[in-house]
Design a protein around this ligand. Sequence first.
Ligand SMILES: *[C@@H]1O[C@H](CO)[C@@H](O)[C@H](O)[C@H]1NC(C)=O
Ligand SMILES: *[C@@H]1O[C@H](CO)[C@@H](O)[C@H](O)[C@H]1NC(C)=O
Ligand SMILES: *[C@@H]1O[C@H](CO)[C@@H](O)[C@H](O)[C@H]1NC(C)=O
Ligand SMILES: *[C@@H]1O[C@H](CO)[C@@H](O)[C@H](O)[C@H]1NC(C)=O
Ligand SMILES: *[C@@H]1O[C@H](CO)[C@@H](O)[C@H](O)[C@H]1NC(C)=O
Length: 274
Amino acid sequence: MLKNIVVLCITIVSAKGAVQPYNDSHWRRRWFPHSPGDVDANQIVTDNRDLHDAHHGIAMGIVDSSCDDGKINLTIDWNNSPDNYTCLENKTLYLPKFDTASSYSQEHIPQEYSAPHKCMNESIEYEEVLPTFGTHRPLWAVYGEYTFLPRQRWLHNLEHGAVALLYHPCANLNKVNLLKRIVKNCLYRHVITPYNLLTPQRPIALVTWGHRLEMSNVDPKEVLKFIKLHALNGPEKTHRDGQYDLMLKEKAQIVSDSDDTNVCPGFSGDFQMK
Ligand SMILES: *[C@@H]1O[C@H](CO)[C@@H](O)[C@H](O)[C@H]1NC(C)=O
Ligand SMILES: *[C@@H]1O[C@H](CO)[C@@H](O)[C@H](O)[C@H]1NC(C)=O
Ligand SMILES: *[C@@H]1O[C@H](CO)[C@@H](O)[C@H](O)[C@H]1NC(C)=O
Ligand SMILES: *[C@@H]1O[C@H](CO)[C@@H](O)[C@H](O)[C@H]1NC(C)=O
Ligand SMILES: *[C@@H]1O[C@H](CO)[C@@H](O)[C@H](O)[C@H]1NC(C)=O
């Protein structure tokens, strides 16, 4: 079904370039799941205890063994293979390239878009290697660093305003550790996981709802700018912690407060840590 998602609009600009806000009323292509004016044939009216909700189909954050309890049928998203978090290639290919600039891209997500939830009896596929929005699981990930976390989970965290740090298992450890240190000291609402679908060209990435920054090198200034601009901008802002914690290595710590009122409080403009 997701194969039908039209990539709504991709704007690629340099990390330092400005992005024009997109006006929904100018959108002339397909809407997903439906355009704002359409009557939603699948509208489900429910009370709070029901598993369904009108926006996502299946309500979020409800632990339910008949749908998603963070334990059943997890292999539909990831078969537990260590290949997904182990470096199996020549690390030289993944070394930082000083002539490779970061690539920032934005996907235009109409305000009316509401990401569907799917239970663990249905698979979720993504058209893009690095999705920034889309259908996901009802339970999102406990914030923190993982040995491996599938994208069906971290996308849900992005919807709540999180920043995901993804890195290829062969990426340069010093660079990855630098970025981890920045992210962990910027905000509570973060998830960190290896992601072996990233390219040797840019094996490190930050993703927020609708935005991604793919990197060969880690430039702290660029990273701080990205986080300050794009973190906490998901359509369903909540600091409520997730429920999924398979392979969680380290829980996220509160940085400023549980609402991340002050993002990257320990960094001055030129990347000095307090
Ligand atoms: C979007 O475009 C429509 C029609 O062109 C205009 O009426 C409306 O004010 C615009 N909205 C914004 C937020 O720019
Ligand atoms: C795990 O790695 C395999 C092999 O590269 C890849 O095909 C698969 O999509 C990865 N799985 C996840 C969940 O990222
Ligand atoms: C890794 O790749 C580099 C550069 O292509 C090469 O010089 C090196 O011999 C390779 N190492 C291994 C173990 O294959
Ligand atoms: C788990 O998978 C089986 C087989 O695909 C399916 O019949 C069952 O409904 C699934 N359970 C849940 C909770 O998704
Ligand atoms: C999966 O389970 C949910 C919740 O029980 C149900 O609404 C949905 O129809 C099921 N999907 C399939 C393909 O069986």
